[in-house]
Design a protein around this ligand. Structure first.
Ligand SMILES: *Cc1c(COP(=O)(O)O)cnc(C)c1O
Length: 378
């Protein structure tokens, strides 16, 4: 029996070890550790890859969201609409600025925010919308664009899980972060494009916004020791930028490997006859899903997870509790039952092992174990 992890950074490192060490040596020789030429080069290369005019390297994905909202001028009394089915940082950036999170439930098939629900909760106080391209698949960006333009609200895309994901709209490719607002990326070590520590980036379209972001990440300083406003200490460091530059060169290959693994799961589910038990993730038409996570819906999810753990197969639950039910957001006034789709997802989603180096034999092992569980359960 082989142990199958949910992700395996060591296997990935083995593929780039030489390049990484070379890049780190370059930084060490330079003794330039914070921002500087390595960060500027990464920003330029990332912006080119994403096809956006500006990219500003910051300390984390959480900060990239906070800085985007600050640049958009979000503050006390404002409302910011987002999804309840996401990682905590998607909503904490809102309350950190004294604004109110307003939740809009998700679509059951894509797990992404429903624009129908968003339109129902827009008010004159709505200042921004934070859609999350969850698990590596873009939201309905054409509807998002229409809605924010109509209502004059800022768009802050949470792209933490969607580097390299795109969607074809009227024959044109729209990338995560490419919808005309801010794109917020995380390079946390388990994300698709990953650093070896905390790192993040905010992209934007306007020169004014780029300048503001660049100021806010260095304490709001316009020139050294002159502060017109209070920002954060949220700089990308040169070692992480050098690592990211290496890994950016491989991201297309790794994304294709993830997509191939996803396709293989689909075939194996059919072959092993588990589709009555397992609902695979839906790639909605026009999307290039990057499978940051491969998340299925499963009947008797908790029992299945335990069964798989017994076979040394690690799976994870993203997310067990929706954001509107987090104790720290209680003052927003939501209760159980308000977001039925998200709440039901929290009860039955399961992330199966997914990483570029995942082997076909390992996937077969996972699906065979699921089939065994289904057999014993039915
Ligand atoms: C990872 C993540 C973040 C936060 O990124 P950090 O780099 O960990 O701060 C924000 N939103 C989503 C959806 C994420 O998955």
């Amino acid at each position: 029996m082989m142990a199958i992890p949910s992700f395996d950074l060591k296997r990935n490192y083995a593929r780039v070890e030489g390049e990484i060490k070379e890049a780190l040596d370059r930084v060490l020789e330079s003794q330039h550790f914070i921002l500087g030429p390595e960060v500027a080069a990464f920003e330029k290369e990332a912006a080119a890859y994403l096809d956006v005019p500006h990219a500003v390297g910051v300390a984390s994905g959480s900060d990239s969201l906070l800085l985007a909202l600050m640049t958009a001028g979000v503050g006390p009394g404002d409302e910011v609409i987002t999804t309840p089915f996401s990682f905590f940082a998607t909503a904490s950036c809102i309350t950190r600025l004294g604004a109110k999170p307003v939740f809009a439930d998700v679509e059951p098939d894509s797990y992404n925010i429903s624009m129908e629900r968003v339109r129902e909760v827009i008010t004159p106080a709505t200042k921004a919308l934070i859609p999350v391209h969850l698990f590596g698949q873009l939201c309905r960006v054409e509807q998002i664009k229409e809605t924010i333009d109509e209502n004059g609200i800022a768009l802050v895309e949470d792209c933490a899980q969607a580097f390299g994901a795109h969607r074809t709209v009227k024959g044109r490719i729209v990338r995560a972060g490419g919808c005309g607002g801010y794109g917020c990326f995380s390079f946390f070590p388990t994300k698709n494009l990953a650093a070896y520590g905390d790192a993040g980036m905010t992209t934007c379209f306007g020169d004014r916004e780029a300048e503001e972001l660049s100021r806010l990440r260095v304490h709001g300083a316009s020139t050294t020791y002159k502060h017109d406003e209070v920002g954060l200490n949220s700089r990308l460091d040169a070692m992480q930028a050098a690592i990211l530059r290496v890994r950016l060169r491989h991201i297309e290959t790794w994304t294709e490997e993830r997509r191939e693994a996803a396709r293989r799961y689909g075939l194996l589910f059919a072959e092993y006859g588990v589709l009555e038990f397992i609902t695979p993730p839906a790639e909605t038409p026009g999307n290039r899903h990057t499978y940051h996570q491969y998340v299925v819906r499963a009947r008797r999810r908790d029992d299945l997870q335990k069964f798989l753990a017994g076979r040394e197969i690690t799976t994870r639950v993203y997310y067990p509790l929706p954001l509107h039910m987090q104790p720290c957001f209680e003052s927003a006034g939501y209760k159980k039952g308000d977001m039925p789709v998200s709440e039901s997802l929290c009860g039955d989603v399961l992330a199966l092992p997914m990483f570029p180096e995942l082997q076909p034999e390992e996937q077969e092992c996972v699906v065979a174990a699921i089939a065994e569980f289904c057999g014993s359960a039915s």
